[in-house]
Write a protein that binds this ligand. Structure first.
Ligand SMILES: CSCC[C@H](NC(C)=O)C(=O)O
Ligand SMILES: [Zn+2]
Ligand SMILES: [Zn+2]
Length: 410
């Protein structure tokens, strides 16, 4: 167990923090882990300097579709002064909790896949289907130069993948959370323009006034969605979330902002997440008519938006991979809770868009979700238990003999 935990800590200590991740250090480390397992390996640069590592554990029946275990190698930035231990130190405290950026999101999962394969090989298990592992860059900044290009590539088609597993979220309870779809990310910037003027003058249509009217309207919408959630009976992934990410306005000077000048431009950024069940076209009409109306000198742009249909993976008897997953978790002594819509975004959306079913799953129970938060940690016992869960899942998926259930149009 000590060696297993040390390997996890080693991965966590590699600085793959956005916006300057040391991707090749991570890739070299994973390759060094894959070598003793005799996995086939290729490194692909869809974009220069952003390697995607693809590993393969070759199955004995090449006529069967394979499955893919995906994880991203990058992590989000942190404010180290707000952490109890430095987030790149991977310090394990006396409870066995390992503090590090990526300990939940999602270096744990990447290493657990490999550790599970190591255990399966040691037990003499031989896969019928091939098992692919992808270690992809840039998930935290949209995945465009990583999983999106991979999922759209000829290479991906040629792998003949029947099912993808990607990241999920920790569960505060005993049951593991599983995700079959996600909300669509809309990273929206609205801009207001208006005539500048003296700070002592009251006049209509200033940029600040125009922007504030929009912000008020967006806040009312946010409150209506939050009220639905607070009232209960609806899941987080089934309401629209709206949060302001930045406000940019004012005329800077060396001594601060100019106080007696009304600026001619002002903008605000919002992180909006739209569930598959919501009418996205109606929401966009609301944006055009109420949140950024041209009549009020407003414009908007999306910094991030998933275009097209939102695909859902069947999480019932119609999808054999669902039953296999549920059972495998059970066999490892765990339990899955009711499948959910992922409230944020993962690379799984690109695989689903390519027509391949995907589940979001991180085997972390009894742990608060600290993705992107201070003091992200994972307990050693939970990490080790997660490896056993993957042993069970990989065994079940790699042994599944049926040719049906592959690449369903979902
Ligand atoms: C829109 S791409 C960014 C991806 C990131 N994923 C997670 C899981 O935090 C997010 O939802 O913000
Ligand atoms: Zn993640
Ligand atoms: Zn993340």
């Amino acid at each position: 167990d000590d060696a297993i935990v040390s390997r996890f800590q080693e991965y966590l200590r590699i600085n793959t923090v956005q916006p300057n991740p040391e991707y090749y250090k991570a890739v070299d480390f994973i390759i060094s882990q894959a070598k003793p397992l005799s996995l086939e390996s290729q490194t692909i640069e869809f974009v220069k300097g952003k390697p995607l590592l693809l590993l393969k554990w070759v199955g004995s029946d090449p006529t069967l579709p394979a499955f893919l275990l995906n994880s991203h190698t990058d992590v989000v930035p942190f404010e180290d002064s707000k952490w109890t231990h430095h987030p790149l130190q991977a310090h394990m405290d006396h409870h066995g909790d390992i503090y590090a950026r990526g300990s939940q999101d999602m270096k744990c999962v990447g290493m657990q896949y490999l550790e599970a394969i190591r255990k399966l090989q040691a037990s003499g298990f031989k896969p019928l289907r091939s098992v692919y592992l992808s270690f992809v860059p840039d998930e935290e900044i949209g995945g465009h130069d990583g999983a999106e290009k991979f999922a759209e590539s000829q290479l991906f088609k040629s792998l003949n993948i029947a099912i993808v597993l990607d990241e999920g979220l920790p569960s505060p309870t005993e049951s593991y959370r599983v995700f079959y779809g996600e909300r669509s990310p809309w990273w929206l910037v609205i801009k207001a323009k208006g005539p500048p003027g003296h700070g002592a003058k009251l006049y209509d249509n200033s940029a600040m006034e125009n922007l504030l009217k929009s912000i008020e309207s967006i806040r009312r919408f946010r409150a209506s969605q939050f009220d639905l959630l607070k009232a209960g009976g609806i899941a987080e992934g089934d309401v629209v979330s709206v949060n302001m990410a930045f406000l940019k306005a004012g005329t800077p000077s060396p001594t601060g902002f100019v106080m007696n000048l009304q600026p001619s431009e002002a903008e605000a950024g919002f992180d909006i997440r739209v569930p598959p069940s919501v009418d996205a076209e109606a929401l966009e009409r609301r944006l055009v008519e109420e949140w950024a109306p041209a009549a009020r000198n407003m414009s908007f742009e999306f910094k991030q938006k998933l275009t097209g249909k939102q695909f859902l993976t069947a999480a019932d008897d119609s999808n054999p991979w669902w039953g296999l997953l549920e059972n495998a978790v059970k066999e490892a002594g765990g339990r899955t809770s009711k499948p959910e819509i992922f409230p944020a975004s993962t690379d799984a959306r690109y695989f689903r868009k390519a027509g391949v079913p995907a589940f979001g799953f991180s085997p972390i129970s009894n742990t608060p979700s600290l993705l992107h938060d201070h003091n992200e940690y994972l307990g050693k016992a939970e990490y080790l238990k997660g490896i056993e869960v993957y042993v069970s899942i990989i065994k079940a998926y790699a042994s599944y003999e049926s040719k049906s259930g592959s690449r369903d149009e979902l």
